[in-house]
Design a protein around this ligand. Structure first.
Ligand code: 5MM
Length: 365
């Protein structure tokens, strides 16, 4: 076990009770990261905020009531066999406090399935002051207290998302620096509470930028993030990095192949992410489910990566499942089968064993 995080000042003389709690935090961090970084497994992001889940449901004419959100998330988490491919689920705060139809708290239910419960702890995006078209993530005020509460409710890992818009002028230096510091501050607070932080810097793809421009931006962003993580004395051995892939913007006329996305993403990661980070779990960011799987596979076809390269998708794991469910209880089994299949394909991609011919087994391809 590594020594307790260096953010405790060197002159600090802990009392015995503090030592016991530090050691137990270290054990918690170690147990959690070992499970999250397991080969062939990924993380399900089911932490859509009210606005986001509302938007996704509305597109399918599903009413966003508390019970519909609960029922949908129960469908995902109770999918038979899903624990073979999913090591942890990121929950929204509402779900952390809800129960399954049998009255079991969701965190307890997940643990009974050998899946770890996590929690989104950022409070969403606000406009970044003195900038145009950029956003800041809020939620640091009171975070230490909230983390202690989430831990008491069963969460053992957390997530904070920062976003970077790409244009000729953005991301600005101010946005890159501010987001890096917020991510690092959040990560240090998590580790001090025995919670593994997922550090999520997302370079947005809703633009016309080329894959080369995305590589340039992502390299700057990750460089700043790891500089801040170092400054805040975050132990890299106990974080999950959740970046976007290096890919062309959605409106770019030239579309990069999976091989290009795989090569350029790995190139940028090798330049910026220390080998101490155990696992990198990508977001899908608006790619189609098939693209997100093929791109992840391409990265894992390349030899010599020091980190586990896996997934922490929301849309790329859930889209077909939600479309099949449609808010109707009679569709639960069919929706679960589709979700299981998508998770299995991504698990194969995390091992470099996916081929597009496997898509034929799903009814959506
Ligand atoms: C980028 O969004 C995260 C990953 O999802 P995708 O794989 O669909 O890109 C996702 O975890 C996101 O952070 C949550 O859904 C919460 O988003 P909001 O916008 O509701 O805060």
């Amino acid at each position: 076990m590594l020594p307790f995080p260096a953010f405790i000042p060197a002159h600090y003389q802990p009392e015995e009770k503090d030592l016991i709690s530090m050691n137990s935090h270290m054990k918690d961090l170690e147990t959690t990261i070992n499970q999250l970084a397991k080969k062939g497994k990924g993380i399900l992001a089911a932490d859509e905020s009210m606005a986001t889940i509302g938007k996704r449901f509305e597109a399918l004419k599903i009413e966003s009531t508390e019970d519909n959100r609960r029922a949908y998330r129960e469908l995902l988490m109770s999918t038979p066999g899903i624990n073979e491919y999913i090591a942890g689920v990121i929950l929204f705060e509402e779900t952390l406090n809800q129960t399954t139809s049998n009255g079991m708290k969701f965190p307890d239910f997940l643990r009974s399935q050998s899946i770890l419960p996590g929690i989104k702890v950022d409070k969403g995006l606000i406009p970044l002051i003195n900038s145009t078209d950029e956003q800041a993530t809020q939620g640091l005020d009171g975070l230490n207290e909230r983390l202690a509460e989430y831990k008491s409710k069963g969460a053992c890992f957390a997530k904070w998302r920062a976003v970077y818009a790409v244009s000729e002028k953005t991301p600005s230096r101010m946005a890159v620096k501010m987001n890096a510091n917020s991510l690092a501050h959040y990560a240090a607070l998590c580790q001090a509470n025995g919670i593994v932080p997922i550090v999520e810097p997302e370079v947005l793809i809703d633009s016309n930028h080329t894959i080369e421009r995305c590589a340039e931006v992502t390299e700057n962003v990750l460089h700043a993030v790891f500089h801040s993580l170092h400054k805040y004395k975050v132990k890299l051995e106990y974080i999950v990095l959740k970046p976007s892939m290096v890919i062309n913007g959605k409106q770019c006329p030239t579309k990069a192949s999976a091989e290009q996305v795989g090569k350029m993403t790995v190139m940028v990661l090798r330049r910026t992410v220390p080998a101490a980070v155990p696992t990198i779990n990508f977001l899908s960011g608006g790619q189609s489910p098939e693209e997100a799987t093929a791109n992840l596979n391409a990265m894992n076809m390349l030899a010599g990566n020091p980190w586990n390269l896996s997934y922490s998708y929301a849309r790329a794991l859930q889209d077909y499942c939600m479309k099949t469910w449609k808010g109707d209880a009679k569709n639960v089994s069919a929706a679960q089968a589709i979700f299981l299949q998508r998770a299995k394909l991504n698990s194969l991609a995390s091992l470099g064993k996916y081929t597009s011919s496997l898509e034929k087994e799903t009814s959506f391809a």
